[in-house]
Ligand binder design. Structure first.
Ligand SMILES: [Zn+2]
Length: 404
């Protein structure tokens, strides 16, 4: 049996005035996702437990069949896994965004979708100025990741940590809000604020930033620390469910969840984790991966990014591209294997109205061997809500999808 999972990140939404009162899924022309529903079924899945924050880390764990209440330790350790950085039992990983906040408000949590090249230079300067030294019983290491998504590793010298009980704010959930009102709280508050403040001086006149300003791009004005956690322990997917998996994603966080489950990471040239990603290349690589793996997961970040930027038409466009270049070709390819199943499901909701992630169930579409057609004909929030199928908690869907 071949299993394919397509994740249009954050695609689930609410009716939007600019789209004539339709949700982006309703407004988009999605013949292939609709075909999945017609061949099979649709329904709702709730991937975010109320006690956790709605984001791709928690929601992706659920989507992949793991109870986040049992395995989730924080966002940064998952990204650290994707970057190939090992964490010891006393170590903590902390997400380190490069942000653009010249006036003390969260103008852009991506620093203008800074390139990995510019971001890498700035992170190297931060490591020289602030890393390689001890702070509160641990050694600081700053690592450059993809674009604005970087990591601070705190290597604990003993079992004690200042980060227990620390609460931090995801920068993408406070667009245009004052930084001072959304800083960390808990014992390590001053420690994190100290690093964030110090980063402003380091970045201020850095050549990479001056270059960006000259080119009309947003400079990264400081780092924003959040998403801290220790390394989680997770039982491999193959051991729990059977299939041998592979993951295609341009986002470290989502790749990291896959890697943690023991899935093979497949890198696609031209995959950017943004609206301009090479959709067709992702489709081609997924088709190729089906030859060697039982389960292939293709994640596309673009609908989530469009939501964060408050761009309804871009969100629709991203969905149509996923439909045409990924779901379509794969739906043609899968029957060649005889026994197959496909699942289309976002991790969480990201609403254009708030430009932030939201709690609540997301619609899924599933088809393939053993999944009987139910008469539903479209992939959207409303049709899914009318289905008798609902998975809450969402991590129980995987067992159903795999036919276990
Ligand atoms: Zn998001």
């Amino acid at each position: 049996m071949k299993y394919l999972i397509v994740i249009p990140d954050g695609c689930a939404d609410e009716p939007v005035a600019e789209l004539g009162g339709l949700t982006p899924l309703q407004a988009a022309h999605l013949p292939n996702m609709d075909r999945v529903v017609r061949l099979g079924t649709t329904g709702l899945s709730n991937n975010v437990p109320p006690s956790l924050t709605p984001a791709s880390d928690v929601a992706t764990l659920s989507l992949f069949g793991y109870d986040p209440l049992k395995v989730y330790t924080g966002r940064a350790p998952l990204e650290t896994a994707a970057m190939g950085i090992a964490l010891g039992p006393n170590d903590w990983a902390i997400r380190c965004n490069l942000i653009h906040a010249p006036e003390g408000t969260m103008d852009d949590f991506t620093a203008g979708h800074i390139t990995s090249e510019d971001g890498g230079e700035l992170m190297a300067a931060i490591q020289v100025a602030l890393g390689g030294r001890e702070l509160a019983g641990g050694m600081l290491e700053f690592h450059a990741g993809v674009s604005y998504r970087n990591i601070l590793v705190w290597r604990g010298l003993s079992g004690e940590s200042p980060f227990v009980g620390l609460k931090t704010q995801p920068p993408h959930d406070v667009p245009d809000k004052p930084l001072a009102n959304h800083g960390p709280s808990g014992a390590a508050r001053e420690l994190l604020l100290g690093l964030m403040d110090a980063s402003r001086e380091v970045l201020k006149d850095h050549p990479a930033n001056l270059r960006r300003i000259a080119a009309g791009k947003k400079p990264a004005t400081q780092i924003w620390l959040w998403g801290q956690g220790k390394a989680p322990t997770v039982e491999p997917f193959q051991q729990v469910y059977g299939p041998r998996g592979a993951i295609i994603s341009a986002v470290d966080l989502v790749r990291g969840v896959g890697i943690l489950l023991g899935w093979q990471r497949i890198d696609v040239p031209g995959a950017t984790g943004y609206l301009d990603t090479d959709y067709a290349a992702k489709g081609r690589y997924a088709i190729e991966a089906l030859k060697n793996f039982d389960l292939v997961c293709v994640h596309v970040e673009a609908p989530d990014e469009a939501s964060h930027e408050g761009l309804p038409h871009e969100k629709v466009k991203a969905l149509e591209r996923i439909d045409a270049h990924i779901v379509g070709p794969l739906l043609d390819e899968l029957p060649k294997y005889g026994e197959w199943r496909i699942l289309v499901e976002p991790d969480h909701r990201t609403t254009l109205a708030t430009r932030a992630h939201a709690y609540g169930a997301v619609p899924f579409a599933a088809a393939g061997m053993g999944i009987a057609p139910t008469g539903a004909a479209a992939y959207d929030e409303v049709t899914a809500a009318q289905s008798a199928l609902a998975f809450d908690p969402g991590w129980t869907l995987m067992k159903w999808f795999l036919g276990k």
